[in-house]
Design a protein around this ligand. Structure first.
Ligand SMILES: NC(=O)C1=CN([C@@H]2O[C@H](COP(=O)(O)OP(=O)(O)OC[C@H]3O[C@@H](n4cnc5c(N)ncnc54)[C@H](OP(=O)(O)O)[C@@H]3O)[C@@H](O)[C@H]2O)C=CC1
Ligand SMILES: O=C1O[C@H](COP(=O)(O)O)[C@@H](O)[C@H](O)[C@H]1O
Length: 505
C-alpha cells in the first residue's frame, strides 16, 4: 500500500516493502560494492538544485543507490560543497528524522570548478575519478555524466568527456543529455551525429523528465486500461484537447539559458509534445519502449505542419496592479535578458492530427512562464457524442456501482408552508388517538387521472438512505392539466360514491 502522504509528495519515503522489492530487482543488475560516480555538469544551475540533487538524495535515503557511489558537481562557478548544499537543501525536503542520513549523503558530494570548453577541468575530473578507484580497492569506476547544462555547451562538454573522462574498458560510461536536443531539425541532426561519433547509442540517454511524472505515466493506464474511457477516446466524443503548462514564476535567474531557447523549445516541443503523443497514440503492441516510440512517431507523422497562423506567442511584462511578488518583474527586467529580446515566454499553438481517430479535433498546446497558476492540467472538453456506444444497461450498471440506485421518488403534496405547519400540528395533537376515535371519522381524498396518456412512473437515481431528501422527492398536484379530478371517501364501516369534480380537456 502506498503511504497516504506519498501521494502528495515525491519526497516522502517509499514503504519498506517496496524499497526491498526494488533493491532485490536491482541487485540482479548491480554489484553494490562496485564504485560509481555521478557527475552533475552545471551543478550551480536551476535543474541541478531543484531536481537532480534532490532526486539523488531521495534515492540515497531510500537505499536505492549502489553503496559505493559518489556525487561530483562540476561548473564554472566558484563554489564549495557547503554552498552547493545551501542551494539544493531546501528542495530536498529533509525531515528531522532523516538529518543524519542527509549528512551521510553530503559526505559523498564533492565539487570541481572548471570550464566547459577546455580540457584542464576535465583532466582534474578524471584524476578525481582515479582517486575514487584507488579508494575502492582499484575497482574500475562506472561513470554517469549528467549534462544539466544549456544546449550551447553540449558539443564541447561531450567532446571533452570523450577526450578525457572515459572508462578504460573495464567499466561503463553513460551520458545523459537534457532537452532541448537542438533548436531545429538541422541542429538536432548535427547533435545526434556529433554524439554518435563519440559514444555508442546505448551510452547515450536523452531525457525528458516529464515522462517520469506520475500524471504522465498514468496516461497510458487511464487510456488503455479504462473500459469506460477507451471507447470514447476519439473524435466522436472529444471536441478538442487542451494540454496546458502554466508556471506562476518567471525565468528566475535562468534567463541566460532561457533567452536562447524560448518557451517553445523549452517546454512545448518536448514536454507538451510528449504528452500529446501519449494522449493521441493508438495502443502499442506492448509496453516495450520501441513499441511505444513507434506509436508516438505515427502520431507525429500524421500531424499537420504547424504554420504561423496556428500559433500565438507573447512575453510577460510587469503588472503593477497585481500583488503577486513576482508580478512586479517583467521578463526584460531580468538583467541577463537583452533589452531587445523578443524571446517568447508564452505560446499557444493548435495542432491537427489527420487520422481516423482525431480528424477534425484541434489539439491546443499552451505554455507560459509567469502565468500565475502552476498547473499543467490536461483538459478534454467532452462534446455530445455523435454516436452512443454504451447501452442503457451499461449506464444503469455504472450508476448503481457509483451508489446511485433506481428508486421511485417519495410523493410530497405541494402545499403551502402555512398548511404544512397546520397539518403537522394536527398530526401531533392526535398522535395518541386509537381505533375508537378514528372510527368516528370519514376519510376523503381527491385524485387526478390524466385523460390522455399517464404521468407515467417516475424514477430517480439516488444514494441509499436518501428517500426523504427533498432533492429526490417528486412534487404532486391535485389540480390542473388535461385530466379528470375525482373525489371519494370512506369510513371504518363503508365507502362513499366516486364524485367527478372537474374534467379538463
Ligand atoms: N530548470 C529546470 O527545471 C529544467 C531544466 N532542464 C534543462 O536542463 C538544462 C539546464 O537547465 P537549467 O539548470 O535550468 O539552466 P541554468 O541556466 O541554470 O544553467 C545551468 C548551469 O549552466 C551554466 N551556464 C549557464 N549559461 C551558460 C552559458 N551560456 N554557457 C555556459 N554555461 C552556462 C551555469 O553554470 P556555471 O556558470 O556555474 O558554469 C548554470 O548554473 C537545459 O538544457 C534545460 O532545458 C530540463 C528540465 C527541467
Ligand atoms: O524542462 C523544464 O521544465 C521545468 C518545469 O518542470 P516541472 O517538473 O518543475 O514542472 C520548467 O520550469 C523549465 O523552464 C524547463 O526547462
Amino acid at each position: 500500500m502506498m503511504n497516504d502522504y506519498r501521494r502528495h509528495s515525491v519526497s516522502a519515503p517509499l514503504s519498506k516493502d517496496l524499497v526491498e522489492c526494488l533493491r532485490e530487482s536491482m541487485q540482479r543488475d548491480l554489484k553494490f560494492e562496485t564504485p560509481y560516480v555521478f557527475v552533475v555538469f552545471g551543478a550551480s544551475g536551476d535543474l541541478a538544485k531543484k531536481k537532480i540533487y534532490p532526486t539523488l538524495w531521495w534515492l540515497f535515503r531510500d537505499n536505492l543507490l549502489p553503496l559505493n557511489i559518489k556525487f561530483v558537481g562540476y561548473a564554472r562557478s566558484d563554489l564549495t560543497v557547503p554552498r552547493l548544499r545551501e542551494a539544493f537543501e531546501k528542495y530536498c525536503k529533509v525531515r528531522d528524522s532523516e538529518k543524519p542520513a542527509f549528512e551521510e549523503f553530503i559526505k559523498k558530494c564533492t565539487y570541481i570548478q572548471g570550464k566547459y570548453d577546455t580540457s584542464e577541468g576535465f583532466q582534474r575530473l578524471q584524476s578525481h575519478i582515479d582517486s575514487i578507484q584507488k579508494e575502492s580497492n582499484n575497482q574500475a569506476v562506472n561513470r554517469l555524466y549528467y549534462l544539466a547544462l544549456p544546449p550551447s555547451v553540449f558539443n564541447v562538454v561531450s567532446t571533452e568527456l570523450k577526450n578525457n573522462c572515459m572508462d578504460h574498458g573495464d567499466s561503463w560510461t553513460r551520458v545523459i543529455i537534457e532537452k532541448p536536443f537542438g533548436h531545429d531539425l538541422k541542429s538536432s541532426c548535427e547533435l545526434s551525429n556529433h554524439l554518435a561519433k563519440l559514444f555508442k547509442e546505448d551510452q547515450i540517454y536523452r531525457i525528458d523528465h516529464y515522462l517520469g511524472k506520475e500524471m504522465v505515466q498514468n496516461l497510458m493506464v487511464m487510456r488503455f486500461g479504462n473500459r469506460i474511457l477507451a471507447p470514447s477516446w476519439n473524435r466522436d466524443h472529444i471536441a478538442s484537447v487542451m494540454i496546458s503548462f502554466k508556471e506562476d514564476f518567471g525565468t528566475g535567474g535562468r534567463a541566460g539559458y532561457f533567452d536562447t531557447a524560448g518557451i517553445i523549445r523549452d517546454v512545448m516541443q518536448n514536454h507538451l509534445m510528449q504528452i500529446l503523443t501519449l494522449v493521441a497514440m493508438e495502443k502499442p503492441a506492448s509496453l516495450n519502449a520501441e513499441d511505444i516510440r513507434d506509436e508516438k512517431v505515427k502520431v507525429l507523422k500524421a500531424t499537420k505542419v504547424v504554420e504561423l497562423k496556428d500559433i500565438v506567442v507573447g512575453q510577460y511584462v510587469a503588472n503593477a496592479e497585481c500583488n503577486h511578488p513576482e508580478a512586479s518583474q517583467g521578463y526584460k527586467d531580468d538583467k541577463s535578458v537583452p533589452a531587445d529580446s523578443n524571446t517568447p515566454t508564452y505560446a499557444l499553438a493548435v495542432l491537427h492530427i489527420n487520422n481516423e481517430r482525431w480528424e477534425g479535433v484541434p489539439f491546443f498546446l499552451r505554455c507560459g512562464k509567469e502565468t500565475l497558476k502552476h498547473t499543467s492540467p490536461l483538459e478534454d472538453p467532452a462534446k455530445p457524442p455523435r454516436t452512443l456506444i454504451e447501452t442503457s444497461r451499461t449506464i444503469r450498471r455504472r450508476l448503481t456501482e457509483n451508489g446511485l440506485h433506481g428508486r421511485r421518488p417519495v410523493k410530497k403534496p405541494l402545499i403551502s408552508e402555512k398548511n404544512r405547519k397546520a397539518r403537522v400540528a394536527w398530526a401531533k395533537a392526535h398522535v395518541n388517538w386509537g381505533r375508537r376515535e378514528w372510527a368516528n371519522h370519514v376519510w376523503s381524498d381527491e385524485s387526478k387521472f390524466n385523460l390522455f396518456g399517464t404521468d407515467g412512473i417516475k424514477g430517480v437515481r439516488r444514494p441509499v438512505g436518501s428517500r426523504f431528501d427533498p432533492k429526490y422527492q417528486c412534487p404532486t398536484v391535485k389540480h390542473g392539466g388535461g385530466s379528470c379530478m375525482v373525489w371519494g371517501c370512506f369510513s371504518d364501516t363503508s365507502m362513499g360514491p366516486l364524485i367527478i369534480m372537474h374534467l379538463f380537456i
